[in-house]
Write a protein that binds this ligand. Structure first.
Ligand SMILES: NC(=O)C1=CN([C@@H]2O[C@H](COP(=O)(O)OP(=O)(O)OC[C@H]3O[C@@H](n4cnc5c(N)ncnc54)[C@H](O)[C@@H]3O)[C@@H](O)[C@H]2O)[C@@H](O)CC1
Ligand SMILES: Nc1ncnc2c1ncn2[C@@H]1O[C@H](COP(=O)(O)OP(=O)(O)O)[C@@H](O)[C@H]1O
Ligand SMILES: [K+]
Length: 529
């Protein structure tokens, strides 16, 4: 699903209104009606409360205009709307003003909020409301919210009443998802035509609650042709990346994966990564392992073959492993390098030389990335497709910045990495994002904080390697890998809780994740559900 910034959305509105002659007031009508219907659905879920009062907080812009329309439809549905206008009536203009005057003609109560004292009085009205509609600010918000707007947001958040936000929770930047001073915490957000970046990225995503994308009558040709800032991965789309197994499939059909992982103290990373590749449909998986660890790995993992390679005194790969590793990789369809390799100097040299000469597509993670941080030109010079899968700390090392700066602008960081290193970049963390060199950006909605546990990244690397080996394009392998990895995490968290989730649970839940996924769902799924 396409995700847009407020400026792209404004351009879409302009095209609909000016180029295709859809009156703006028609779009506003549809928007407001969808909001009223969302409130009605919420109420239907819990009609026993029998409250019929709906409080709508409206601002002076078009977001407020959507709120006035919603109030009219709610009144027609038998609700008792009350509007708190957090603006001077004279400031309302255009389509919003037309709808405001209809409200006045309908005798719907409008209480004008000019001060903190007015808000104290408003609070008394809110306690027995069935729902609150937040139509204070939409995508037109600029800079921090201050004054009565901010106090109104704080009031809404202090009440124990479900909130339906119009277009985007007031106070969230539609561009970045950042909180601009204060922001409304919504149960649901009815967003117009397309989701906005700010409700897909954190923290905005947490404020938006369930996202409902409303059809407001925007001509479909406009929506199809828009160059969106990003795409939110969806189940059906990911499912489409898997071609069905041919009935006469054999081990060679799904590819051979070569994994270089592990060192003394980090054999678990090697086991998790290679088993994840096996669980993700690779035909044959071979784990290259420092030779003295070979027996341990053979005992730990059954389905994966091992290749013992020369090691350092610290039991990590030595530079002498290079020839054999490269020779073996040439018989494979994809390679993965990085989990638990250690930061030994000699191992670092091995990694650099292996990556530079590897003849097959590869995924590079963890210590693989650490080894390249001071020699990023190796990445940019590769002749085979590569995917890098840094977490924010590793991304910071690659971009010579700090993890805080990466998290501050995750979109900017992942785009910079793909541009600078000329490979597919996957930035891990809540809302993992994947950027491809030709400019596309994918955002993954699956996953949960329970996955922030040692080894879960190693599982992701193995999944992606398996997908590369079966012939997916790098961005496809990265996107499908992130989605299924997160889905396995969500299933594991649902069964075991987030607190005790460990990385091997992800392996256990991969089969269920794949099976969910084969059973195609309809496209009416909530986008963050
Ligand atoms: N243009 C269109 O065709 C449509 C727009 N729609 C709605 O219109 C919204 C965008 O409307 P607008 O562009 O009028 O803007 P908004 O209604 O989002 O709000 C911005 C208003 O608040 C003021 N403002 C901005 N930053 C502020 C701050 N920090 N503190 C206090 N006041 C601030 C602005 O002067 C403006 O009047 C969308 O979010 C959506 O809800 C929908 O009606 C659908 C159609
Ligand atoms: N809050 C979260 N929401 C979704 N996914 C998360 C969250 N926290 C962590 N993850 C995922 O868990 C994995 C952690 O990987 P990583 O940081 O490499 O850890 P490790 O090195 O211990 O394996 C990544 O895929 C990341 O996207
Ligand atoms: K809003």
């Amino acid at each position: 699903m396409k995700v847009v910034s407020p400026s792209t959305m404004r351009e879409l509105d302009r095209k609909a209104i000016e180029d295709m002659n859809v009156p703006g007031i028609v779009l506003m009508e549809n928007a407001g009606r969808e909001v009223a219907l969302a409130v009605k659905r919420l109420w239907d879920e819990d009609p026993l409360k029998k409250k019929r009062k709906v409080v709508l907080f409206c601002g002076k812009g078009n977001n407020g205009g959507d709120g006035f329309v919603a109030a009219r439809h709610l009144a027609n549905m038998g609700f008792e709307p009350i509007i708190f206008l957090v603006a001077e009536p004279e400031a309302i203009k255009g389509d919003a003003a037309i709808n405001y005057h209809i409200i006045l003609n309908m005798d719907i109560s409008v209480i004008i909020i000019e001060s903190g004292e007015d808000l104290d009085k408003a609070r008394e009205h809110c306690g027995d409301a069935a729902a609150i509609v937040d139509a204070l600010f939409g995508t037109g918000l600029r800079g921090e919210v201050q004054g009565t707007g901010r106090q109104a947001i704080e009031l809404i958040n202090s009440l124990d009443v479900p909130v339906v936000a119009v277009d985007i929770p007031s106070g969230i930047s539609g561009e970045t998802g950042k909180v601009l001073g204060a922001a409304v915490r919504a149960r649901e957000t009815v967003t117009m035509a397309l989701p906005k970046m700010g409700m897909v990225l954190y923290p905005g995503a947490a404020y938006a609650g369930k996202i409902i994308v409303a059809d407001i009558g925007m001509p479909s040709s406009i929506l199809k042709s828009v160059k969106a800032e990003a795409e939110l991965l969806e189940k059906d789309q990911v499912a489409g990346l898997f071609k069905p197994y041919p009935p006469d499939a054999h081990k060679g059909t799904f590819g051979r994966v070569f994994i270089l992982a592990g060192s003394a103290g980090m054999t678990g990373a090697a086991a998790l990564c290679s088993l994840a590749a096996a669980r993700s449909g690779a035909g044959l998986v071979t784990l290259g392992t420092p030779e003295s660890l070979n027996d341990i790995m053979e005992a730990k993992i059954t389905e994966v073959m091992t290749l013992a390679l020369p090691e350092t005194p610290q039991r990590s790969f030595s530079i002498k492993a290079l020839g054999k590793a490269l020779e073996f990789s040439s018989q494979c369809d994809a390679a993965a390098i990085g989990p638990g390799l250690s930061r030994q100097d000699e191992t670092r040299d091995f990694i650099r030389q292996f990556v530079a000469a590897c003849p097959v597509p590869m995924v590079i993670d963890a210590d693989g990335l650490n080894a390249l941080a001071e020699k990023p030109e190796i990445l940019a010079g590769l002749k085979v497709p590569a995917i890098i899968t840094p977490h924010p700390g590793e991304m910071a090392r690659l971009l010579s910045t700090d993890a805080g700066a990466v998290q501050e602008d995750r979109v900017g960081a992942v785009r910079e990495a793909t541009k600078r290193f000329k490979c597919t970049a996957l930035l891990k963390g809540a809302r993992t994002m994947i950027a491809a060199p030709e400019g596309s950006l994918w955002i993954n909605p699956t996953g949960n904080p329970g996955m922030a546990t040692g080894g879960s990244g190693d599982v992701l690397t193995g999944i992606i390697a398996a997908f590369l080996a079966r012939g997916m394009e790098p961005w496809e392998a990265a996107a499908a890998g992130a989605y299924i990895h997160g889905l396995a995490g969500d299933l594991a968290a649902a069964a075991k809780g987030e607190i005790s989730l460990i990385a091997s649970d992800l392996l256990d839940f991969l089969p269920e994740a794949f099976s969910k996924f084969e059973a195609r769902s309809s496209n009416t799924q909530p986008i963050d559900g």
